[in-house]
Design a binder for this molecule. Structure first.
Ligand code: NAD
Length: 476
């Protein structure tokens, strides 16, 4: 298989850097797939300057319909290369191939959605008290930097690149150093589909090394970031000096709340994959479970039975549900959390051990006996670990749910419609799923409350985040 290894700058995939290239490791074999160029500050400047030129001379003046045609052509190219992209994603981060295929399809769908959406994103006419004619315009910002993580590399890149381009901006995409391959191919395929040179550039490499140069570059107008809360906070502080726009999709510690009147079988059999999918490396992972005490024992029994049936195996096999973790280092972080569990209070009912095979695998762990003060209950583990606690009272449970500094996603299981609405309103999170675990829809806004972020990806809301609002008044 061929791997893209060069920076993609100004329509050219030949960009090398004077920095040491970074190996991309297949987590299922622990072996290097290839080495990918790591951008330097000079590359950042070349890319941003080129993007600004394309913005001023070409892309912002394309009629929206012409931009839409290009975005549809990119979506078509992604669908034509879907299998190649799925293989690249699966090999580089250990994602089960069936999940990778779904995520590539979602990326193509995101381009189609924003190709169609841009002609439905209107301004207003405002009856101002002076008379005359007052109206608003949504205008592109200029150069947007999109920084994305390694857990859902391709879809998250498209959630930022597609609306930013649709709105008339040029984009510098920075993938995580663990997962640069599909981002680099996205740059190449978009150019082949007709995107002008410089409108989308891809800088692989270390965020710690080039991040500050990207954020501080004077021509960069907006940083759209998905990743950890600590890096998000750093970026926000740096961007704040020049009042640059930021949107941040950050960490989570999402609750899964099961009331006694819920369809217990459905809740207990579907909940394991709400936390263990993607090997638990999911900002929306429902890792804190609140189960009403009267059904707690029965729920835990079915939950553990279902967890034991999950297929943890080679990500290349179509039936695999959970692959390895992204790296040995990430697995050790998760094992560190499990080591905080102490008998007799804590009980690990299953998992938490390494399967006897090569690769950074970890069996999904079900942990009981947590107190709300435990680190494993409070912090984002970012691995296959769930904590389940019983509750007796809705009010007390809700204050425990909302005690978290995070507020990304939540699930509520109940057949009582009034309760579903009441609890949905009270939970402090950007996304709530009732009787299911679906957090993300291309057409609906996605993002967090509190330390889970700022601004929204997806839906029409994302277009607001990639435009400036201008008011124009024409005197009578
Ligand atoms: P991370 O913060 O370590 O890295 C994210 C990206 O930021 C990478 O591309 C990295 O290279 C870059 N980066 C690192 N340091 C930087 C710096 N100083 N300046 C600029 N860029 C820098 O996060 P990760 O480990 O890749 O991803 C896991 C985290 O992402 C988890 O906390 C998870 O919850 C979060 N996440 C959130 C969402 C969401 O939508 N809310 C989605 C996926 C992941």
């Amino acid at each position: 298989m061929q791997f893209p290894t060069k920076l993609f700058i100004n329509g050219n995939s030949s960009g090398t850097s004077d920095r040491k290239p970074i190996p991309v490791i297949n987590p299922a074999t622990e072996e290097a797939l290839c080495e990918v160029a790591s951008a330097s500050e000079r590359d950042v400047d070349t890319a941003v300057t080129g993007a600004q030129k394309t913005f001023e001379n070409i892309w912002r003046d394309y009629a929206p319909g012409k931009r839409a045609d290009v975005l549809f052509a990119i979506a078509k190219a992604l669908r034509e290369h879907a299998e190649e992209l799925s293989q690249l994603e699966s090999l580089s981060i250990g994602k089960p191939i069936s999940d990778a295929r779904d995520e590539i399809a979602m990326g193509a769908r995101t381009f189609e959605y924003y190709a169609g959406a841009i002609s439905k994103f209107y301004g207003q006419t405002i009856p101002v008290s002076r008379g005359g004619f007052d109206f608003t315009l949504r205008q592109p910002m200029g150069v947007v930097v999109a920084i994305v993580p390694w857990n859902f590399p391709f879809p998250i890149a498209t959630w930022k690149v597609a609306p930013a381009l649709a709105a008339g901006n040029c984009v510098i995409l920075k993938p995580a150093s663990q997962s640069p391959l599909t981002a680099l191919r996205l740059g190449e395929l978009a150019a082949q589909a007709g995107l002008p040179d410089g409108a989308l550039q891809v800088l692989s490499g270390s965020g710690q090394q080039m991040g500050d140069a990207l954020v501080k570059h004077p021509l960069v107008r907006k940083i759209s970031f998905t990743g950890s809360t600590s890096v998000g906070s750093h970026i926000m502080q740096l961007a704040g000096r020049d009042i640059k726009r930021v949107s941040l999709e950050l960490g989570g510690k999402s609750p899964n709340i099961v009331f006694a009147d819920a369809d217990l079988e459905k809740a207990a059999t579907s909940s394991p994959m709400s936390v263990f999918a993607n090997t638990g490396q999911d900002c929306c992972a429902r890792s804190r479970m609140f189960v009403e005490r009267t059904v707690y024992e029965k729920f835990v029994e079915i939950f553990v039975q279902s967890t034991r049936k999950i297929i943890v195996d080679d990500p290349a096999k179509p039936e695999t549900q959970i692959g390895p973790m992204v790296s040995g280092q990430q697995r050790e972080v998760v094992e560190g959390f499990l080591q905080t569990a102490k008998t007799p209070r804590h009980k690990i009912l299953c998992g938490g051990d390494r399967p006897s095979r090569k690769g950074y695998y970890l069996n999904p762990a079900v942990l009981l006996g947590c107190e709300t003060t435990d680190r494993v209950w409070q912090e984002e583990v970012f691995g296959p670990v769930v904590c389940i606690r019983p509750f007796d009272n809705e009010e007390t449970m809700l204050s425990e749910v909302n005690a978290s500094p995070y507020g990304l996603s939540a699930s509520i299981w109940t057949n009582d419609l009034k309760r579903a609405l009441r609890v949905s309103k009270r939970v402090e999170s950007g996304v709530v799923s009732v009787n299911c675990h679906n957090s993300v829809h291309v057409e609906a806004p996605f993002g967090g409350f509190k330390q889970s972020g700022l601004g929204r990806d997806l839906g029409m809301a994302a277009l607001e985040g990639y435009t400036e609002l201008k008011n124009i008044y024409i005197a009578e």
